[in-house]
Design a protein around this ligand. Structure first.
Ligand SMILES: *Cc1c(COP(=O)(O)O)cnc(C)c1O
Length: 390
């Protein structure tokens, strides 16, 4: 790594690389990486195929995204959240939510600006904030239910704080922020005149009564919030890499400036398919949520039966367990040993944390897999020796 710039040196290794290699070497079931093993709607594939054949979108799409897709994003925000987004000026289509996040970081964070973010945090955040030369300030999810620690958030605000970055439904914990938690975060943002970047990649994956609430729907918040969506996560086409940011014109303008120089445009035919997907009837969304919650139940119940302390998953692709309950002292060591002992891969929260002690007991398991695969994983975990022998 002779040539790598110093600010990226802490981002050299990825746990996903390590664990996926281990999964392949041990022929493990990979409940590590969060991608579904079933594709999304056939009708969306058909549109993408037709577009390629008919020559629609095979050349550079418009720089801020296909107008029909921008309008579909705006209509989606209206339909589900009663938000008035201008499809012309308030939306930008990106190469996945990842590019939307990085464009927002690079467009809104300056040298030394502080970004408050709850940890454990999705790994793109740390690297993206470093790219922007910002300073990430991690605030824990705390207590047995891993809830956002609002007092710690308030105490972490300094004159250099520029952005609060939130993610709900939350990766990796599987929690969904409550209205009260969002209101408390909003109050801090308003009091200190901070921007909010809200990563809502799992906005349609909330379960039971734990409804997803975009923070931009709270009073005084739309004007200071960039909301990020992922077509990949919404429609089970993570390889298509179509995402978006939406919000008020002036904030989206800043995101657009950066993004147009990162990739200019991408995924032409897929943009048409996504525009169609966003307009599908409510039944698609409720059925998606129902089937994913069934998968959550299979994995959660199986892990609980084995003796794991399961933190109820309220949303996302993931459920978290506390491995102290089976006598394992350290989630990272547990995850490194697990493929060898049970041929199953999971991801330790520690790798998503600056403060190692915050994530140490916790392990993330992905349930976005077919029920038979989840059942097989539970079967493989059955003979594990518990209490765990390090
Ligand atoms: C997967 C994921 C993303 C990235 O989404 P893409 O559309 O694949 O770029 C962003 N945020 C969270 C929390 C995710 O889990």
């Amino acid at each position: 790594m002779r040539y790598l710039v110093p600010r990226m040196s802490e981002h050299i290794t990825s746990i996903f690389g390590e664990m996926s290699t281990l999964a392949a070497a041990t022929e493990s079931i990979n409940l590590g990486q969060g991608f579904p093993d079933t594709d999304g709607p056939e009708e969306m594939k058909e549109i993408a195929r037709e577009c390629i054949s008919a020559g629609r979108g095979n050349q550079y799409p418009p720089p801020h995204g296909l107008p029909a897709l921008r309008e579909a994003v705006a209509a989606h925000q209206k339909r589900f959240y009663d938000l008035d987004v201008d499809g012309d000026t308030g939306v930008v289509i990106t190469t996945g939510a990842s590019e939307a996040l990085n464009s927002a970081f690079l467009g809104l964070i300056d040298d030394g600006d502080e970004v408050l973010v709850f940890e454990p945090m999705f790994d793109v955040y740390a690297a993206g904030i470093s790219l922007a030369r910002g300073v990430r300030v991690a605030v824990p999810l705390s207590g047995p239910g891993l809830r956002p620690d609002i007092d710690r958030l308030r105490a972490a605000v300094t004159p250099r704080t520029r952005v609060i970055l939130i993610n709900s439904p939350h990766n990796p914990s599987g929690i969904v922020f409550t209205r009260a938690e969002l209101e408390a975060i909003a109050a801090i943002a308003i009091e200190h005149d901070l921007l909010v970047i809200s990563d809502e990649a799992y906005e349609h994956l909330w379960f039971d009564d734990d409804v997803h609430i975009p923070i931009s729907t709270l009073p005084g918040m739309f004007e200071r919030t960039v909301t990020i969506g992922s077509g990949g996560k919404m429609f089970s086409f993570t390889g298509w890499k179509i995402g978006w940011a939406s919000g008020p014109r002036d904030l989206i303008a800043a995101v657009r400036v950066v993004r147009q120089h990162l990739t200019y445009a991408s995924g032409g035919p897929f943009q048409y398919a996504m525009a169609h997907g966003l307009g599908m009837p409510d039944q698609y969304y409720t059925e998606y949520r129902r089937s994913m919650s069934e998968q959550r139940d299979i994995l959660s119940a199986g892990l609980a039966t084995l003796g794991f302390d399961v933190i109820p998953s309220q949303g996302s692709y993931y459920v978290t367990t506390n491995v102290h309950s089976i006598g394992a002292p350290d989630g990272l060591e547990f995850c490194r040993a697990l493929p060898h002992r049970a041929r199953v891969v999971a991801i330790p929260h520690q790798v998503f944390c600056d403060d190692e002690s915050v994530g140490k007991p916790y392990v993330r398991w992905a349930f976005c897999k077919r029920p038979a695969v989840l059942q097989e994983a539970i079967t493989r975990l059955g003979p594990l020796q518990i209490p765990w022998q390090p």
